[in-house]
Design a protein around this ligand. Structure first.
Ligand SMILES: Nc1nc2c(ncn2[C@@H]2O[C@H](COP(=O)(O)OP(=O)(O)OP(=O)(O)O)[C@@H](O)[C@H]2O)c(=O)[nH]1
Ligand SMILES: [Mg+2]
Length: 430
């Protein structure tokens, strides 16, 4: 199994459907009123965490996602159908970032948690919405707002409860293979494990805990030596570490030193990792010829480490039950890991921020269409003169006045932006 934990994808929300220009046609009525319906809103792009996925591998094969567009408005004032949302499923523990800004958008840890990453374009309004006292028969309608395209980075930090750490060959993969259904590669040479393995260990009462087996760590791992470094971050979010130490044939013949090497690497990588609760697990006791030697090692470790010490054999299963019982008890007592990223609500997901605009002449009325302009109009309180003044200044800065002048606009003409009517007064405001 390939382990993928970083992917970039492209998402696009649906465009809003265009509003339309239409007229009522009734028998015996020579001239009906406007009846152009609104376009439907475009679909949103939503990312949702699910416990049914454990890797980001699927995104290697599919990395483009688009929600459906809204339909055009219809005659008889009927709305177009809204576009369907698209829901992208990711494993629990996926952090979503905006590639352009690098900002986190969401940190989805619980199954069912979701985030809207691109909101659908608003449907345009049909001509019947533009009727006013002086305009009985509007000849125009609004086009739909375009969808939003964003490049997103997904990063998965494994949400394992327990991380197995230790030197290469300590017996980590063997342990996970006997306590869970995971079937990692096991061999009598260092660096057998190249990518993390996850296993679920079930308690007799039913619920499962997730254990992560990572490649062996060596001295210098925190600086990138060996394989382990990349994988240290996978155990950053575990709640408990099982620190495995081979006491049957330690390469240095000094198992206590082996443990200290690993602890030093944890400390160098992050203090938080070094502070994580640990249980020391002395392994391969079946291969220790003299049982008294095992007892002596146990005592030695108990004195040296401020942790509980267990001695096990993954081959004979000796000591496994009492180790697992302690692991379950410890986890029950520990608080669940909190989110690593404080997610700032990213309003850019909810708006079309395109600052370009188009000018359309519809008879005497002028329609200005542009994502950012229309949004600003929608959020402006026109009863407040300073808010209005601010808006008009932004229009000026964005070049709206200049462009209107170029089209030969006359003072007093009506300009519609975002459904709001302005009277064009170049000396002060629109
Ligand atoms: N006798 C005995 N051998 C064991 C035990 N556990 C593991 N081994 C052997 O130790 C060797 C290394 O085991 P692995 O489980 O691959 O070790 P690891 O810690 O995952 O090693 P890396 O993935 O290289 O970091 C293998 O040959 C295993 O068969 C045990 O309890 N008793
Ligand atoms: Mg291994």
């Amino acid at each position: 199994m390939q382990f993928v934990d970083h992917v970039n994808i492209v998402v696009e929300s649906g465009a809003g459907g265009d509003g339309i220009v239409a007229w009522r046609r009734e028998k015996y009525v020579a001239y009906g009123g406007p009846a152009g319906g609104d376009g439907g809103d475009g679909g949103n792009v939503i990312v949702e965490a699910t416990q049914d996925m454990h890797t980001l591998l699927d995104f290697k094969y599919k990395s483009q996602f688009k929600a459906d567009d809204g339909e055009r408005g219809r005659n008889k004032n009927q709305h177009g159908k809204a576009g369907n949302d698209i829901i992208i499923k990711v494993p629990c523990g996926t952090i979503i970032r905006d590639i352009e800004t690098g900002d986190p958008i969401a940190d989805l840890t619980q199954s069912g948690e979701h985030a809207i990453v691109a909101i659908g374009g608003r449907g345009g309004r049909g001509n019947s919405r533009f009727v006013s006292a002086t305009r009985q028969a509007p000849q125009f309608a609004e086009p739909g707002e375009p969808g939003i395209r964003r490049e997103l980075g997904f990063e998965l930090k494994l949400l394992a409860d327990v991380g197995l750490i230790g030197l290469p060959n300590a017996g980590k993969s063997t342990l996970i293979s006997v306590i869970s259904a995971a079937k990692p590669k096991i061999a009598d040479y260092p660096f057998t494990t190249l990518t993390p393995n996850l296993g679920v260990v079930r308690k007799p009462s039913g619920y499962g805990i997730v254990v992560a087996d990572i490649p062996g760590l060596i001295e210098g791992a925190s600086e990138g030596v060996g394989l382990g470094h990349d994988f240290l971050r996978h155990i950053e979010r575990t709640r408990l570490l099982l620190h495995l130490v081979d006491i049957s044939a330690s390469p240095t013949e000094d198992p206590l030193h082996d443990m200290q090497v690993i602890n030093e690497e944890l400390r160098r990588y992050s203090e938080k990792l070094a502070q994580k609760p640990q249980i020391i697990v002395l392994t391969k006791i079946d291969a220790v010829p003299d049982p008294e030697k095992t007892t002596a090692f146990k005592q030695q470790f108990q004195e040296a480490a401020q942790s509980m010490v267990f001695a096990i054999s993954a081959v004979t299963h000796q000591g496994l039950d009492s180790l697992l019982n302690t692991v379950f008890e410890k986890l029950d007592a520990l608080a669940p890991e909190e989110h690593v990223v404080d997610v700032v609500p990213d309003t850019r997901a909810f708006v079309n921020d395109d600052s370009s605009f188009e000018i359309h002449h519809k008879g005497k009325t002028i329609l200005v269409i542009g994502g950012k302009l229309e949004r600003l109009v929608r959020v402006t309180d026109f009863r407040n003169p300073s808010a209005t003044r601010r808006l008009l200044n932004i229009f000026k800065a964005m070049g709206v006045y200049d462009e209107l002048e170029k089209t030969g606009i006359k003072p007093g003409q009506t300009v519609i932006i975002g459904g709001h009517e302005f009277e064009y007064r170049p000396e002060t405001a629109l």
